[in-house]
Design a protein around this ligand. Structure first.
Ligand SMILES: [Zn+2]
Ligand SMILES: [Zn+2]
Length: 880
């Protein structure tokens, strides 16, 4: 039988196999009372996204778990979908329109949304197509979108429910504002970077004594137009006498009061703070405490408004320059100090954010955070590794109300309606026809949309049919594992947790498996700006998806970063080749349609050894998978296939396959095929394509591998004695191979040997493995002795546990020939040494050649000297 292609070439079969799986519905899952469910919801990638290495790692981890559980008898559902990515998509569509010379305001909301849907139809499916290349076994018939009908209904229902419970409110609050994207941002959408800046020490003269002044340090003098107070600490002795007095806002001329508040840090700056409630969140809070006026002097685009007087119309930074210049010329600046400080920037466009007071919608977080903290404390949901619960707790314990409105058009429009006649606000699942208060039909819907995370927070249950009480929801919820990177624990995991608890009364998942980033070979973060990103699709094109999966999982431990490494890809290809060739070897020895008829009673020790080992490996792989230690599980499977099956077992049984004993032949084929089937199963979740392709070519497989049964630990396959014997044989073979290599003897050279076993047990072992020593190291004659007294020849020796081995040198080498060979070797090495020494003595070479070349020459010389020393000791040994 020889149906498997001669060469392993993943391109020949990966796409074909994926199609076969998908067309036959093997990825599909249904509520099934006879089985236990195992559910994973895919973190929905943005429709603007292209598959990158981070997704690849994230998805492969999920696919491994799903494939394993599917084979292990669970109703395994991996539910896929995409996220509408409100701000990211809107930015893309706006840019596209701009290239066509259109501004979104020109065409209006409805037309813009049409364009956005067109964009989604064209590009939104890109990432899901790419995902299929990885081998992702998602149930595509259930694919969802955060803005599809069901998810949108869930969003509206949640909004109305939380509003009615008083957990959603509208308020005039200070928020993070991006003057370029023209939208509010939540705290986590703001990134912080250190920027060069200055501390400007500005004079605020007293109203009642114009010769004296207070010095106030500020990093943002352009906000002075919005100052409405000066705050000092009530315990600050320097300033106590001024509390209640008034100062003049420099160049503006407005009078403001000096107030006492606990907030100012007496050690920082001058200890006195200018308070600008409209442009700083801390000042905003102080303003609320003291009922201060809120003066906003910068508009939504970052441009100065009428409050800035002469500076009106200037960009905020332009104004800063001009205003400082004018302060200087009016002798209102004491000094300017350089200082680096952290500024918030927009995570989308990197523009420095501008705190801004506006009307926004908020979710009250305090009541929702409590149950979410408790659920993890009670281990209802566990983080893997556990240490990540700290990030989770820290975030929830310090949470502020969540600003959920965004000044965008692409997204879920807020279901709030304002009566134009009486001012009533109506929040409703469906657009109301009349004002509930005055009956007016003159209603306008809120212009804003919801934060993208508002809908993805509902993902684990909205995708299963919520708010309907569906069978799916009952069966598949709560899900089992959420797989995600540590960077979105607070963005997303936290929000799914409190949403699940609030709306389903149950945690959304039992485990959160956290993984790290995929870094480049040097350990740097992959990024567009560094240009060091590696496209997973290119890797798949060159090496195949199995190789990419192998590379990303090998050596991976939960929670830690991993690296993209070409040598691991090469290793993976070597491994695939090895497995491929071993399979071809087995297949070539099978006859077409041959029913194997083994006799279990006459299995040999190597058969029993590999059966025992297989059982043990299944046990270990199960344990590692249960612990989410996927990297370790893969390592066990890899090690077994490469070392034990390919390198040992096949070699140990070869003579029987070519021998005359038919029963023996049947037995070895039976074991070869059955172990191969089990190891293909164990490897399948990690390398699904190659394993399925080989499986399809093995005889007697009616079912595809993907739905075959996960191997069971077989307690009958425990043969400790055979395991001991084969281990013993392997140790002997390895040490004799070593001796042959050291002596430059061909591995195939036949030899004789004296063996001194420690006791009767090892003596027995020797007899039962003699066959293997004959076959694998050409041991022609085995002499078992009590002690070494009667060995009078020159020998090479080795000691292993339970045994001393002596090989007569006369058997290993032909003395005359060897002397001749060593002589030649010595001459060659000596001439090389002379040449290298000459070169290194040459001053002009050492001084002028590149350091690297000189270094190489030194290393060469050292190597030749070492080799020569070995040759000399061999010559001495032979002559003695
Ligand atoms: Zn922005
Ligand atoms: Zn009304």
């Amino acid at each position: 039988m020889e149906n498997l292609a001669k060469k392993y070439n993943p391109k020949d079969f990966e796409d074909r196999i994926y199609k076969m799986w998908e067309e036959n519905g093997y990825f599909k899952a249904e509520a099934n009372k006879d089985k236990e469910p195992f559910t994973i919801v895919l973190p929905p990638p943005n429709i603007t996204g292209q598959l990158h290495m981070g997704h690849a790692l994230d998805h492969i981890l999920q696919d491994i778990l799903i494939r394993w559980k599917r084979m292990d008898g669970y109703e395994a559902l991996w539910l896929p979908g995409t996220d509408h990515a409100s701000i990211a998509t809107e930015v893309k569509v706006v840019k596209k329109l701009r290239r066509e010379g259109i501004e979104k305001e020109q065409i209006g909301r409805e037309k813009f949304l049409e364009k956005a849907w067109e964009w989604k139809d064209e590009y939104g499916g890109r990432i899901t197509d790419q995902m299929k290349k990885l081998g992702n076994s998602c149930d595509w018939s259930r694919e969802r979108f955060t803005m599809d009908e069901g998810c949108s209904k869930a969003v509206n229902d949640v909004f109305v429910k939380l509003y009615e419970e008083g957990l959603i409110y509208r308020g005039n609050r200070i928020i993070n504002w991006c003057p370029d994207c023209l939208t509010s941002l939540s705290d986590i959408e703001v990134e912080h970077e250190d920027k060069d800046g200055n501390y400007y020490y500005v004079k605020y003269h007293f109203v009642d004594n114009k010769d004296e002044y207070l010095t106030i340090a500020t990093t943002r003098p352009e906000t002075i137009f919005g100052d409405t107070a000066i705050a000092v600490h009530p315990d600050d002795e320097r300033y106590q006498k001024y509390i209640g007095k008034k100062v003049i806002v420099p160049l503006v001329g407005r009078e403001i009061e000096i107030i006492a508040d606990e907030y100012p840090d007496m050690e920082k700056g001058t200890g006195a703070l200018k308070i600008t409630p409209s442009h700083d969140p801390n000042d905003f809070a102080i303003g609320k405490r003291h009922n201060l006026e809120e003066i906003s002097c910068i508009d939504e685009k970052g441009v100065m408004n009428t409050y800035a007087g002469n500076y009106k119309g200037m960009d905020r930074y332009e104004c800063r320059k001009a205003f400082v210049q004018d302060l200087k010329s009016n002798n209102l600046i004491v000094k300017i100090e350089k200082n680096n400080h952290s500024v918030g920037t927009c995570y989308r466009c990197n523009t420095v954010i501008e705190p801004r007071i506006s009307d926004q919608w908020f979710v009250k977080m305090q009541p929702l955070a409590g149950p979410a903290i408790k659920a993890v404390k009670d281990s209802k949901t566990k983080f893997v590794p556990e240490r990540f619960d700290k990030i989770y707790f820290h975030w929830l314990e310090n949470i502020r109300d969540w600003c959920i409105s965004r000044q965008l058009w692409w997204g879920h429009r807020i279901p709030a309606y304002y009566c134009q006649d009486c001012g009533e606000t109506i929040v409703a699942k469906k657009p109301p026809e009349k004002c509930t208060k005055c009956g007016s039909e003159n209603l306008n819907q809120d212009e804003d949309v919801l934060d993208t995370w508002f809908s993805s927070a509902l993902w684990p249950f909205s995708t299963l049919g919520w708010p309907e009480e569906t069978k799916d929801l009952e069966y598949f919820y709560p899900t089992n594992v959420l797989v995600t990177g540590y960077d979105i624990i607070f963005f997303w995991v936290v929000r799914m947790m409190f949403s699940g608890l609030e709306h389903m009364n149950e945690v959304p998942f039992k485990h959160v498996l956290i993984h790290g980033l995929v870094r480049d070979a040097q350990g740097n973060k992959m990024s567009k700006s560094l240009g060091n990103g590696v496209d997973p699709l290119e890797v798949i094109d060159e090496y195949g998806a199995d190789a990419l999966r192998f590379m990303l999982i090998t050596g991976l431990t939960p929670g830690n970063d991993t690296r993209y490494q070409v040598d691991k890809l090469e290793a993976s290809r070597n491994f695939a080749n090895k497995l491929w060739n071993a399979s071809r070897f087995v297949l070539m020895n099978l006859k077409e349609d041959e029913e194997l008829t083994p006799n279990i009673k006459t299995l040999k020790n190597e058969d029993k050894w590999i059966l025992s080992r297989m059982s043990k490996v299944i046990e270990e792989v199960n344990k590692n998978l249960e612990n989410f230690d996927l990297g370790l599980a893969l390592h066990k499977v890899y090690d077994f296939i490469w070392n034990e099956y390919c390198d040992w077992y096949i070699e140990l049984v070869k003579p029987r396959l070519y021998g005359e004993n038919e029963e023996d032949k049947q037995n070895s084929l039976y074991v070869l095929v059955n172990i191969m089937k089990d190891m293909l199963k164990l490897l399948h979740p990690f390398m699904p394509f190659i394993t399925e392709e080989i499986w399809q070519n093995l005889p007697g497989n009616e079912e595809p591998l993907i739905t075959s049964q996960w191997p069971k630990v077989n307690i009958e396959n425990k043969y400790p004695k055979s395991v001991e014997e084969i281990n013993f044989a392997m140790e002997i073979i390895k040490s004799i191979r070593n001796i042959k290599a050291e002596m430059d003897v061909k591995p195939s050279k036949t030899i004789k040997g004296y063996f001194i076993p420690k006791n009767k047990k090892y003596k027995e072992h020797l007899k039962s493995i003699e066959r293997h020593l004959n076959n694998l190291i050409n041991l022609e004659e085995m002499t078992i002795l009590e002690n070494k007294d009667i060995i009078d020849e020159d020998t090479a020796s080795a000691v292993i546990d339970g045994l001393e081995i002596y090989l007569p040198l006369s058997e290993l080498i032909d003395f005359e020939k060897e002397k001749e060979r060593l002589k030649k070797e010595k001459e060659k090495l000596e001439s090389e040494i002379k040449r290298a020494e000459g070169k290194l003595k040459n001053k002009s070479f050492v001084e002028k050649a590149p350091v690297k070349i000189v270094e190489e020459e030194r290393e060469k010389l050292k190597k030749y000297k070492d080799m020569n020393a070995k040759v000399l000791s061999r010559i001495k040994q032979i002559n003695s």
